[in-house]
Design a protein around this ligand. Structure first.
Ligand SMILES: Nc1nc2c(ncn2[C@@H]2O[C@H](COP(=O)(O)OP(=O)(O)OP(=O)(O)O)[C@@H](O)[C@H]2O)c(=O)[nH]1
Length: 850
């Protein structure tokens, strides 16, 4: 760099040489002539002097600064129905140059300290200042625009994060929004206080631009800025503010430097999509407005509304279309997370067994349960009156036994049907004077299917004609062998009337349960199964639950099946309010928001919100779950699922008209079993299909097969409600053949029978020419003259054929509707009786729904 003389310097700053010399002299410099050399130090000294003489305080040796004040206005389109916001940016900026730092304009570097001071400002300097100002103004406008854009993005991000905070299922962490960094001349900003340095977003930009009141004072502007600020805050809402602050924290680490970075490419988010999602929620997850999703879907050919729920596949396409990455999640992720999050760890203790009493009608189940309750429950509770709450606990010398107080198979299968395994031991009551009866066998099948050990209570032992050995031998034919005979089942002789043998029975139950090693963790949160529930007029929903593990306390948040609530009161079987109940104890709870079903599971959660969410989800999902389960139990699907599991098993509940056919079908079906596929007749019996059969089929995912028998109303209701597969056959060969075909995967779309109408015979008379005529009432569907019929007696088929005649009064008709009386003549059959049913059926082609 060549040396600069006074003349050069004067020319550079556009000053008269003599005037410059004069000022230099005043500044204490010794330059006399235009040829004297001006050093950097000289220039600094002169500048310092001039700064002071113009009211400045800084030393030329420290910093040079220039202050610019700007006001810019711009409009920003919010993208929301043409709405735009006017952004007014007021900025007062001081640009400071340190000696050691590069000057604002590089060309100035060589000329030393800036020459833009006071009256020394030359024309060139002015031009430079103007250029700098212009550049700064543009930078500010750009900055404000970017800040506004960023604030929008931040707002969306804040909404997104708020939505995700609300969602309990922790989705993947949202990709962090790159924080645009404002391109401000950071070095010049160095002296600014750090508070000002932490300026991000539109609000921050506006705030920063307004700065602190300068010398001239900007109180008016300040107020306006505050207003802007408030307005902005109102628009952005608290969420945006929170997000801003979060952003500030992130960006604040850079000291005076902005933390923002303008996104240089579109933000690709990973959007987790449940099995169904509303348009609004989907938009939320993508941090965009719902109408953008609606618009996108419209262009894809689907007109949807903001609240419409779309399926996972559609949502995934939309997400991809919008440039994000879909991540499919299972709907029950929330439920799984909540339920798996509960810890049941702790010290295990032995718990009492839970017992269900089963047996044939009138063999003494109720008497036995009543006797034990009377004799045991009130022990030590003087005057205590036992309440029926569906279960009770008795204490004995071995740790007590809990009885489920609803005897019979129906309750047992209903529980099992809901997947509950509440019973540890089954007490099979067989009357010693009556022996093994159909329901005894059914009970054996139920407990075997549920893999629950059994204790046989040979009851009515007090009776004269009691024959306990007969019971032993009859049961042995059904695979229940007494210990005395080398088997593993205990037979206890009891009398529910006199109480004889009851202690032995309780002891036997204890022995069986010892083998089972029943354990529980008392300090864990309570969980168990719903035994029964009802809606009490005064108390609202009341449910009896059996605590299987942990401890249930008053005030706990409970989720039970599709319902939830805070436990307001716990009442035991003596009608007493208790504070808590431990494992294997039944208790009645109040506080649920509805009545759960028997067999529903219940558990204590630590968070009411989670309980509500899971309950809501279950309610919504209930139907779909049921449908899925229905599909699983279909004969076709059963076989189609084979190969997916190691040993496929097809369960069948078989009912037939006579014992002979039953045995034949059962044998033939079981012979069909191969190494890969097992056919198991889980229950079989003679007679119509009952509700218990249907429940058992539901519990064991079996198909119900009726051979010349029909389902009664209760069974039909369950079959229909649960979508079980029910097949009627009248030819053994057809039955076996169809199962065989299905097993080899050859089940073709077939012709199925469809019952189109049922009429009940109310009267029977003889007409001279026609023969026997049955006066009938059509109960269901229509009776058609041309269609095939069957005559049913007590739900068992007794005849299959055609109609001879169908009349309304004296007219021959082709069809008679439900609720209408008619006269029916059955072709070649003259034994129709009052109470019989005439079933009209059709052959329909059924497409396989694999
Ligand atoms: N002699 C005698 N009679 C009994 C005994 N146990 C029950 N009974 C009688 O047998 C009848 C039927 O008893 P329940 O207890 O109602 O039989 P259950 O099995 O509950 O019958 P359902 O409720 O209809 O299924 C009643 O009249 C009882 O009094 C017993 O040990 N000895």
């Amino acid at each position: 760099m060549s040396e600069m003389t006074v003349k050069d310097f004067a020319a550079k700053v556009g000053r008269d040489v003599s005037r410059l010399l004069e000022q230099m002299k005043e500044a204490g410099l010794e330059h006399k002539s235009e040829g004297d050399v001006v050093s950097e130090e000289d220039k600094r000294q002169l500048l310092d002097y001039l700064t002071k003489s113009h009211g400045g305080s800084g030393s030329a040796g420290e910093k040079n600064r220039v202050t610019l004040t700007r006001k810019t206005r711009s409009r920003i389109n919010t993208g929301e129905r043409g709405k735009s916001i006017e952004v007014q940016v007021r900025k007062k900026r001081t640009y400071v140059k340190r000696d050691e730092e590069p000057a604002e304009e590089p060309q100035q570097e060589e000329s030393g300290p800036r020459q833009l001071v006071g009256d020394m400002a030359s024309a060139e300097a002015k031009r430079e200042a103007e250029a700098a100002e212009e550049a700064k103004r543009r930078a500010e406008e750009e900055e404000a625009r970017q800040a506004a854009e960023q604030a929008e993005a931040e707002k969306a991000a804040a909404e997104q994060s708020a939505a995700e905070e609300a969602a309990p299922a922790k989705a993947e962490p949202e990709p962090e929004i790159p924080v645009p960094e404002l391109e401000t001349p950071a070095p010049e900003e160095a002296p600014a206080p750090p508070k000002e340095g932490r300026t991000e977003g539109r609000r921050a930009a506006v705030k920063k631009a307004s700065g602190k009141p300068g010398k001239k004072g900007h109180s008016g502007n300040e107020r306006e800025d505050d207003r802007n600020d408030r307005e902005e805050r109102r628009r952005g809402g608290r969420k945006a503010k929170r997000a801003e602050r979060r952003g500030s924290r992130r960006g604040g680490q850079g000291g005076g430097k902005h933390g923002f970075q303008k996104p240089t490419q579109p933000i690709v988010r990973e959007v987790s999509i449940p099995e169904s999602i509303s348009v609004a929620d989907l938009a939320d997850k993508m941090s965009i407005k719902a109408n953008e999703v609606i618009k996108a879907m419209f262009t894809m050919g689907a007109a949807v509304t903001i609240n419409q729920t779309i399926d996972q596949d559609t949502a995934a396409i939309v997400v991809e279309e919008m440039g994000h990455k879909p991540k499919l999640v299972k709907d029950d992720a929330l439920e799984t997370e909540v339920l798996e999050g509960i810890s049941y760890e702790g010290e295990e203790i032995m718990r009492s067994p839970v017992v269900t009493v089963m047996g044939h009608v009138d063999h003494g189940k109720t008497s036995l349960l009543d006797y034990i309750r009377r004799a045991k429950v009130a022990t030590g509770e003087a005057g205590g009156i036992t309440q029926h709450i569906g279960a009770y606990h008795v204490e004995d010398d071995h740790g007590g036994v809990t009885f489920l107080d609803t005897p019979g198979h129906a309750a047992f299968t209903a529980m099992r049907a809901r997947g509950a395994k509440a019973t540890d031991v089954v007490v099979l009551v067989v009357a010693a004077d009556d022996g093994v009866m159909p329901q005894t066998i059914e009970a054996v099948e139920h407990s075997k299917a549920a893999e629950v050990p059994m204790v046989v209570a040979v009851n009515k032992i007090d009776k004269e004609n009691a024959d306990p050995d007969r019971v032993k031998s009859e049961l042995s034919q059904h695979g229940v062998i007494s210990e005395e005979w080398g088997g593993d089942t205990q037979f206890v002789h009891v009398s529910a009337q006199s109480g004889e043998g009851i202690e032995n029975l309780l002891e036997s139950i204890q022995l069986v349960s010892e083998v089972l090693e029943l354990k529980a963790v008392p300090e864990a949160p309570g969980k168990g199964v719903v035994v029964e529930s009802r809606l009490d007029k005064g108390r609202g929903p009341v449910a009896t639950v059996l605590v299987q593990n942990g401890t249930l306390k008053r005030g706990d948040i409970v989720l039970a099946g599709l319902h939830y609530g805070r436990v307001r009161a716990l009442t035991n079987e003596l009608g007493k309010q208790v504070e808590e109940v431990g494992p294997a104890m039944p208790v009645e709870i109040q506080g649920l928001d509805g009545t759960p079903e028997a067999g529903d599971d219940f558990m204590v959660l630590d968070d009411e919100k989670k309980a509500r969410e899971v309950a809501n989800f279950r309610q919504g999902k209930y139907r779909e779950v049921r449908l899925a389960r229905q599909q699983k139990a279909k004969l076709e699907n059963m076989f189609s699922q084979m190969g997916q599991e190691e040993a496929a098993k097809v369960n069948i509940v078989l009912k037939a008209d006579v014992q002979g056919s039953l045995e034949a079908i059962k044998g033939a079906l079981e012979e069909l079993s191969t190494d890969e596929v097992k056919v198991a007749v889980v229950s079989s019996g003679v007679g119509g299909i009952t509700g218990t059969d249907a429940n058992l089929a539901l519990a064991s995912e079996a198909i119900v097969v009726g051979f010349n028998v029909r389902a009664d109303a209760a069974a039909r209701e369950i079959i229909e409600r649960e979508g079980l597969e029910l097949r009627y056959y009248s030819v053994i060969y057809h039955l076996i053949d169809e199962v065989k075909q299905a097993m080899s995967g050859m089940l073709e779309p077939d012709w199925k029978e469809q019952i189109v109408g049922v009429a009940e015979v109310r009267d029977v008379f003889r007409a001279p020419k026609i023969g026997q005529v049955a006066g009938c009432m059509v109960l269901e569907g229509n009776v058609h003259r041309q269609k095939k019929i069957r005559v049913l007696r007590e739900n068992v088929v007794i005849y299959e054929g055609e109609l001879e005649s169908l009349r309304r009064y004296k007219d021959d008709v082709n069809e008679v509707r439900s609720g209408v009386e008619c006269g029916i003549g059955v072709k070649n059959y003259n034994d129709v009786q009052v109470g019989d049913k005439i079933e009209v059926f059709d052959q329909v082609k059924v497409e396989r729904t694999l």
